[in-house]
Design a binder for this molecule. Structure first.
Ligand SMILES: NC(=O)c1ccc[n+]([C@@H]2O[C@H](COP(=O)([O-])OP(=O)(O)OC[C@H]3O[C@@H](n4cnc5c(N)ncnc54)[C@H](OP(=O)(O)O)[C@@H]3O)[C@@H](O)[C@H]2O)c1
Length: 484
């Protein structure tokens, strides 16, 4: 039997993420960690394999609660969805008002809002915390995005700060906002991750098919890019993946991996939520759809003999083309982040969260999958102007887009002419041009809507709402008087 009430933190769910997080917690000064898993074998394994951690194992929920000091604080790391609900139901039976239940899984933020509301009725605090960084991050320092009440943050803050990644001396954790704010921001993080990965994949594909360079040669290009403004974890691991040779066949690993990308759903959540909020996250959406398209083998096989460009394609100046692709990647990446932050702003407005955008960029600098040098530029942009209406209009990004947009256009044109899909590059460019357009064909869309559905329109030259009598004499009537 473990000693009673001596653990300041507990972990429920000891699969890969939970075990690693528990080990991370145990390795930090001042933490004593209680551990519990539904199947006993995982608990026994973890405790046996890591005696140095000094874990306090519990074998039922009563024992787990008794092992924790008050206010009891437990992080749930179980399969998101039903598993999370099942564990919460058990914990509220054995916890007391003032105690804290943290869900560190990948929950949908609306589930977190629902759970927070239900658990709050018992007087227990419920915190949905997004945790990014995969297995490695959980063990050595993830980026953590907690929501929940201010009260719970008082106890939880120091514990989470102790285990988070550190970027430029700062722990990568901040109290994002109340109830589902943390999981919302984690969801958008994952959406941006989808876009970033797709953009990198398109860059690789264009370089390979345009220059004929081998994966190993392209790995060197990515390694080089990682020394400049594109420096990021995803660029770094791309070089590693491209350099890997399959032991069985001796060919580059990337050539033996089936080209059908999987997804666990957080990218789709980001896009679904953006659609509900009316926020164009086109780069993220294209990345999600590109994975879906890749995973349609029957359609791809049936379409494989559809006509494409007649001439085979190779670029005339490989070095110049690689540099153009680098610039296109950087510009498109700015768009992806700008769109992601638009969604965060809209979500905060919709759900009443006070989210500090600069702080979010700062906690993504370490531990998480989208960690990147240029997040500092985002923090700076919001520090200079907290009310920035679009990230890509901040001075730094304006300058960056100014020096990359011509290359970006050349890459998108070249890709289209060569018949190479570049959905994220091209949709990001279309978004950029849409946003900066003086006048959009939305005027014509409004005219069409008025024609078939009497949906009315506004005019550029006077106030009021108007309708043209399309099936009558085509004169215009004012349907709502002007406010002046
Ligand atoms: N893997 C990653 O890179 C990653 C990254 C970030 C976030 N996450 C999130 O972290 C969480 C944990 O991920 P994971 O990969 O370590 O584990 P997982 O495979 O998602 O889940 C397995 C764990 O959930 C427990 N579990 C499932 N249903 C349960 C129930 N009804 N009651 C109690 N326990 C139940 C299992 O217990 P038993 O041993 O008894 O089956 C096991 O401990 C998930 O929400 C995941 O989305 C994962």
């Amino acid at each position: 039997m473990p000693e009673k009430s001596v653990a300041n933190i507990g972990v429920v769910g000891l699969a890969v993420m939970g075990s690693n997080l528990a080990r991370n917690l145990a390795s930090r000064e001042g933490n004593t960690v209680a551990v519990f898993n539904r199947s006993r074998s995982r608990t026994d394994e973890l405790v046996a394999e890591h005696p140095e951690a000094g874990f306090l194992p519990a074998y039922d929920y009563e024992e787990f609660a008794a092992t924790l000091s008050k206010p009891r604080t437990a992080i749930i790391m179980v399969q998101a969805g039903k598993g999370t609900d099942a564990v919460i139901d058990e914990l509220v039976q054995v916890f007391e008002p003032g105690d804290i239940i943290v869900d560190g899984g990948n929950a949908l933020f609306t589930d977190t809002i629902r759970r927070e509301k239900a658990v709050r009725e018992t007087g227990i605090n419920f915190v949905g915390a997004g945790i990014s960084g995969g297995e490695e991050g959980a063990l050595n320092g993830p980026s953590i995005m907690p929501g929940g009440s201010d009260e719970s943050w008082v106890t939880l803050g120091p514990i989470l700060r102790s285990i988070a990644a550190v970027a430029e001396g700062e722990p990568c954790v901040t109290h994002v906002g109340h109830d589902g704010a943390g999981h919302f921001v984690k969801m958008v993080h994952n959406g941006i991750e989808y876009a970033d990965m797709q953009l990198i994949a398109e860059a690789y594909d264009l370089i390979r098919r345009g220059t004929g360079k081998s994966p190993a040669e392209i790995a060197d290009i990515f390694a080089q890019w990682n020394k400049g403004e594109l420096e990021s974890y995803l660029i770094e691991i791309t070089a590693e993946v491209l350099r890997q040779v399959d032991a069985e066949t001796g060919t580059p690993l990337v050539d033996v991996i089936l080209d059908q990308a999987g997804a666990k759903g957080t990218g789709a959540w980001t896009v679904q939520t953006a659609l509900d909020l009316g926020i164009p996250v086109s780069g993220i959406a294209e990345a999600v759809f590109a994975r879906s398209l890749s995973s349609k083998p029957a359609q791809r096989a049936a379409a494989s003999d559809l006509p494409g460009p007649s001439e085979s394609w190779k670029v005339s100046d490989p070095d110049a083309f690689v540099e153009d692709v680098r610039k296109a990647l950087y510009a498109s990446k700015i768009v992806a982040y700008s769109q992601g932050f638009d969604e965060i702003v809209a979500g905060a407005q919709q759900y009443g969260w006070d989210i500090k955008k600069g702080d979010i960029a700062a906690i993504w600098r370490g531990g998480c999958i989208i960690r990147a040098q240029f997040l500092n530029r985002i923090t700076e942009a919001y520090a200079e102007d907290a009310g920035l209406v679009a990230l890509l209009t901040a001075p730094y990004f304006r300058e960056a887009l100014g020096r990359t947009q011509e290359a970006w256009r050349r890459v998108v044109v070249t890709a289209a002419q060569a018949g190479i899909p570049s959905p994220a590059f091209s949709s990001s460019l279309a978004y950029y041009d849409g946003l900066r357009a003086d006048r959009l064909p939305a005027a014509l869309v409004q005219g069409q809507r008025d024609f078939f559905g009497a949906h009315t329109y506004k005019r550029v030259d006077k106030d009021g709402v108007f309708h043209t009598l399309w099936s009558g004499d085509r004169s215009e009537i004012e349907t709502e008087p002007s406010t002046h």
